[in-house]
Structure formats: C-alpha cells, structure tokens
Design a protein around this ligand. Sequence first.
Ligand code: AN7
Length: 402
Amino acid sequence: MYKVKCFECGSEVDDPFVDSCPKCGGLLTIEMDLDEASGLRPYDLRKRPLGVWRYAPFLPVDASKAVSLLEGGTPLYDCQNLRSRIGIKSVHVKYEGANPTGSFKDRGMTVGVTRAVELGCGTVGCASTGNTSASLSAYAAKAGRTCIVLLPSGKVAAGKLAQAMFYGAKVVMVDGNFDDALRVTRQLAREGVLYLLNSINPFRPEGQKTVAFEIVDQLDFEVPDRIILPVGNAGNISAVHKAFEEWKSLGWIDRIPKLTGIQAAGSAPLVKAFRAGSRGFIPEASPETVATAIRIGNPVSGRKALKAIYDTGGYATDVTDEQILDAQKMLGRMEGVGVEPASAASIAGLIKLVDEGVVAKDERVVCICTGNVLKDPDTVMRSCAEILKAKPTVEDVRRVIA
Ligand code: AN7
C-alpha cells in the first residue's frame, strides 16, 4: 500500500494522470506503507534473486504482474587499481551498464511500465537525452504498448537512438534541447496523447531506489560512507535518498551515506545552487557538455536532489568535459569497466573531491556508473588513439605496433 503525495505541501493526490500537485504545482512523491516490510529481516529478501524485484515490498506495484526484463542485479566492482591510483581506502563501482538496455533507467522503467499497464494505458511516452527512451522503448515492446519518444535533435548518442528505433518506438526529434522536449511531452500527456514516463512520474523513482538497496545488500548490509553519482534531471539521486530513508526508518541501516552529485561544468545548475547554499536553483538556459545524457538545464527533480545532498551531509561539484573523458578512459584501462561519459562524471568527481580534500582518504566510496560505454561509440572513437593500419603481412603489423 502507498499514497501519492506532494513533495512540497504534503497533500494527497488522487488523479493518477497529473504530473504535479494540483494544489501547489509541487513535485509528486510516493509514501510507501512499510508495514509489510517491517515484518521482514533484511536477509529474508534474499529468497529472491538479486535485482529490482527482490525489493518488491518497497515498490508500489503488484510484483506478480511486473513487466520485467530481469533488470538490476548489476555488479558491484571492487576497484583496487583505481583505489591505489586515487589513494583512498575503498572504491566500488556499481555498474549499471549491465542492465538489460545498458543503463540504470531499466530499474525505474520496469516499475513505471508495470504501472502504465495497471492503469490500462495503451500509449506511453517520454522526453529523453537517450537512455530513458531506449529503456522505455524496450519495456513498451515487452508490454505490447505504443511508445513515443521525444529527443533533442542531434544530441542523442548513437547507441541510444539505435535502441529506440530498434524496439519500435515512434522516434521524434525535436528542434530544441531536452528541457524543450520535456515541456512538449508533458503537454501531450495532459492532453491524453500518452502516459508520461519521465522521472517526474513518481512511480519511476520508486524503481530507481533499488540501486541503493542493492549496494547495501551486496556490501552485506554495511553502509558505505559516500555515494557519488552523476546528476542530470536529478531523479536518481533523489530516489537513492528515499531508499536509504526507508531502510533507516525500518532500522535496517543506522545511517545514510553522504550523497554526492556530479554535474558537467556546462550544465550545472544544482552545483551553483549548492555553492550558494540554496534549496532552489536557477535553470541553465543553454546547457552544453560532451556527456549528452546529463545535458539538462532545468532538472525536474532538482529540489529533491538538493534536499538529498543537504540532509545527508553530501556535496555537489562539477567536472569539465576533459575530466570526464580522462576518467572514462581511466576506468576502462585500469579496471576493464566501460561506461559512457555521463557515468564517468562520478569517477571524475571522486578524483576532484579527493584532490580538494572533500573526500577523506579513509572513506569507503561507491560510485554509481549509470550507463554502458557502447551507448556512445562516437565519443570513444574521437577520444581514443587512432587505429593502426597495416598490409596483411606479419612484417608490416610488426612495423606498425612497434
Ligand atoms: C547515463 O535518458 O535524463 O539525474 O532522458 O542517461 O536521474 O536524470 C538520462 C540521465 C546519468 C542522470 N547517467 O540521471 C534521459 C536522462 C546517465 C543518464 C543520468 C542520465 P538523473
């Protein structure tokens, strides 16, 4: 059982098709009734395999009707080479690139599309910088629903665009950025053209919570000191915060990691707000970054994210495109872990914050790496060394590799 409530004014919301509070326009959130879960012990959950649906008592939909591609259950890598290079006690990478469509979005989408089916919606849709559309397209296909995705023209990585096309979505390129695409998609939802599955839909973050549950589960219920993650629309950091608050309220954990959000220097409205000590933020009119996934100027869940950061004693900082690409390569070449640029922002942020002394050397840190390297092959081709060319002889290959 659960209630949909306004995050700002706390009033209950009954209409399942509104995307904000009818009274004050605030963001929506779901208040879970944790009665069922309170009869469990954490280890009881392990009767189900690691993955989103292990945590069904914390999800506001009927698990027996889940539209699932077996999402979650992603590796938590102990990055020993990276740890020695950076010089801190412990670094793990939660590798969300191992999800069915190659990003963390699948966690929210399995719950969101299950909700859409529960409501009897024939058409689902979203605006996206790429990963949300790739994920929704796959889950809509699985559920037999029509899918419409609105993308910022020319700014979606090739792998993500290919996925949306491949799974059969109606792909609409909008002449504008993500924020423009979202504005139009929300209007289409209000007019009943589609059921909105951006993270402003409070069922999506409920699924995204499970990345936090998994991290603690994989660490055998030891809570890390800090979790670092890239921030675009800020849905994920807010969801992670909510997850920890729920487990803390049950007494399953005794503290919450310092949630640390990283934005790209060209699109960092929340970092600017954090530096000013503000709970609100000023949208960035023309966001720009090589990490197109987080090229977002007006983060929908920005206010929730700032609360998550302040409440947990966390931090926010930005990293340059160069720092992002360096960190991406470092993770690939030192740990064999391939992530897309936005995901590498968490590693770049860790390096920066250790340098600045914000992250202490004895901290146990988990970086969430949200998407797979294959999502954006063009950036890799541009940022890595040229391909060697040779005649088909041993001598010539020896010559070029020398
Ligand atoms: C790889 O797909 O917003 O802060 O439309 O794809 O929860 O928005 C993607 C965001 C981080 C930021 N890493 O997460 C979309 C979209 C990757 C992403 C983020 C995104 P949020």
